[in-house]
Design a protein around this ligand. Structure first.
Ligand code: MEV
Length: 327
């Protein structure tokens, strides 16, 4: 039976930062990710007689005309309506996002999460995690090929998480507050291509690639220990070592290296790329607000398209400030 909702329904989700373990996580290794509320997605669903209309800065029109790159969202919307026992008709979807796309911040997962949340609210039905996950994965598989699932987990968590494929996600304790400064290179990275590159390396050079994945696994275990014991200098060194492995896997690039070097020279305890790499964003670690501000200013001066700063305190990430050069 059709359940008509006369009201505006809203679905929201925030972006995410991978602290350490990206790429290795695709092969079953653990990774640590943080919710990143500084950038988020809001989906507004309203009644509209006729075909479903989609309204966003990327695309405006009916679902069937959605560009190929966004087709995963069409699959997700159709599957959600099927689950809800509702026809794919008579509503409009407006998408407003402050998450820059292709920057390793989990934009595609956050959009899918917000969309599913909005649709379930629109049709007045409760949404369990068990229902949400396969619907988001549908969109993610289309966008990324074979995602590990970390983006979906981190965009739906309000706390730092420890994630490994097919294992229950755990929360990570943070003994001592720390600051992360995020720098956007302004270059769109292609996660699917970067993941494909590492897979090809694995096929071509299985032993050497396994050594690097194993090293990233060890570093991720160490990072969690340093977070739990508040050893921030050691955490910074661990992040630098992870960046070294990611460079060796060929997923960093000149733009990321430029901002990572600038952050280290400004006194960052550690700095590395975050997410798929080959463009996108980098992160830097600081133990004081003063140092965080200096690093953010340095990244702005070095030409970063956008920078953010957040504090990780009491297991929660508090967004502190965003650069004026933000678009
Ligand atoms: C993407 O945010 C992180 C990667 O490890 C891919 C994945 O886990 O699906 C590069």
């Amino acid at each position: 039976m059709e359940k008509w909702s006369p009201k505006l329904a809203i679905g929201q989700a925030h972006s995410k930062l991978i602290l350490i373990g990206e790429h290795a996580v695709v092969y079953g290794a653990p990774a640590i990710a943080l919710p990143f509320q500084a950038a988020s997605v809001r989906v507004e669903i309203t009644p509209l007689v006729g075909e479903v209309l989609f309204d966003s800065i990327f695309f405006q029109g009916i679902l069937e005309d959605m560009p190929t790159k966004m087709k995963g969202l069409v699959h997700c919307i159709k599957a959600a309506c099927q689950q809800l026992n509702q026809p794919v008709r008579h509503f409009k979807i407006k998408l407003i996002s402050t998450i820059p796309i292709g920057r390793g911040l989990g934009s595609s997962a956050a959009i899918a999460v917000a969309l599913v949340r909005g649709l379930f609210r629109f049709f007045n039905q409760p949404l369990s995690r068990e229902m949400l996950i396969p619907l988001v994965d549908l969109a993610e598989q289309y966008a990324h090929g074979s995602p590990s699932g970390i983006d979906r987990e981190a965009t739906t968590s309000d706390h730092p998480i420890w994630f490994a494929k097919d294992e229950p996600t755990e929360l990570v304790d943070v003994a001592r507050p720390f600051y992360l400064i995020v720098g956007d290179t302004g270059r769109i990275g292609d996660t699917r291509a970067a993941v494909g590159h590492v897979r090809q390396l694995y096929q071509q050079y299985p032993n050497q690639t396994k050594v690097k994945i194993d090293q990233l696994t060890r570093l991720t275990v160490e990072a969690r220990q340093h977070m739990m014991s508040g050893k921030l200098t050691k955490l910074g060194i661990t992040l630098n070592l992870a960046q070294h492995e990611l460079e060796a896997l060929g997923v960093s690039d000149a733009s990321l290296d430029h901002y990572i070097t600038a952050a280290r020279e400004a006194g960052a305890l550690g700095a590395k790329l975050t997410g798929g790499g080959r463009g996108g964003c980098m992160i830097a670690l600081a133990d004081t607000l003063e140092l965080a501000r200096t690093i953010q200013q340095t990244l702005d001066d070095a030409g970063a398209a956008q920078t953010w700063q957040c504090a990780i305190k009491d297991g929660v990430c508090n967004y502190e400030s965003q650069s004026s050069s933000a678009y």
